[in-house]
Design a protein around this ligand. Structure first.
Ligand code: ZN
Length: 229
């Protein structure tokens, strides 16, 4: 009888073991399934935006901006004038070395009109040469000042114009919070944001925007990624 008791105890233990694992298994999978299923969802949810900065480099504000972008591992695009690039080649070199994209914004910030096409083209060529001398890289992107452009330059110079989707008019206010909130209210996936690293408030606003949009799941990329990827 003692022996039967022993066998009974063993059977009881096996039965308990199976019951516990039967309960535990769905609990385990219930926990595991959302973790597996959420992986592709997260990658779909990633949004992208490109920060672009015109008119620089500025000796103080651009240097500060580069420091802050580096801390956050954020890449941006700088459309610089040849004039300012010549004055601050160290900052141009730094932009290039730190993975930012550099574009052409003419030599003297000239606006294209029907009567200055040759001069405009010469300024683009001159600025490309200045930038190439500093970084060793070809310049492919241009932001025409005031958005005035002639498609013929694209084939003549093998350059691609880059406009924008979000313009907070940062140059006409000294209020960084207002610039940042204008951007945050307008921005959506794959937008190109226009700012100027020639104003301290614009740089301040850019940093606020980076921190807020990063929290919202945005990734910051250079404009070529938005235009061609
Ligand atoms: Zn400009």
């Amino acid at each position: 009888m003692k022996q039967y008791n022993h066998i009974f105890n063993i059977l009881y233990l096996i039965c308990m073991f199976l019951t516990v694992t039967a309960i535990a298994r769905p609990l385990y999978y219930q926990h595991a399934i959302p973790a597996i299923a959420s992986a592709p969802q997260t990658s779909v949810d990633i949004k992208r935006a490109a920060l672009t900065f015109d008119d620089g480099p500025h000796p103080v504000y651009t240097a500060h901006l580069l420091d802050e972008l580096k801390k956050r591992n954020v890449k941006a695009t700088f459309f610089v004038t040849g004039e300012h690039a010549e004055l601050h080649p160290d900052l141009i070199k730094r932009m290039h070395d730190e993975g930012h994209l550099i574009g052409n914004h003419t030599y003297s910030h000239i606006q294209l009109t029907s009567s200055n096409k040759n001069q405009f083209k010469e300024e683009l060529i001159q600025t490309n040469e200045i930038l190439h001398d500093i970084t060793g890289a070809e310049v492919q992107y241009v932001r025409p000042p005031y958005g005035s452009w002639d498609k013929k330059f694209e084939t003549d110079l093998n350059m691609f114009p880059v406009l924008w989707n979000v313009d907070p008019l940062d140059w006409c206010t000294a209020n960084a919070d207002r610039v940042a909130s204008t951007i945050l209210n307008k921005v959506s996936d794959n937008d190109i944001i226009l700012l100027h690293d020639y104003y301290d408030t614009s740089v301040e606003a850019a940093i606020m925007v980076v921190d807020e949009l990063t929290q919202q799941g945005y990734e910051f990329v250079t404009v070529d990624k938005i235009l061609f990827d």
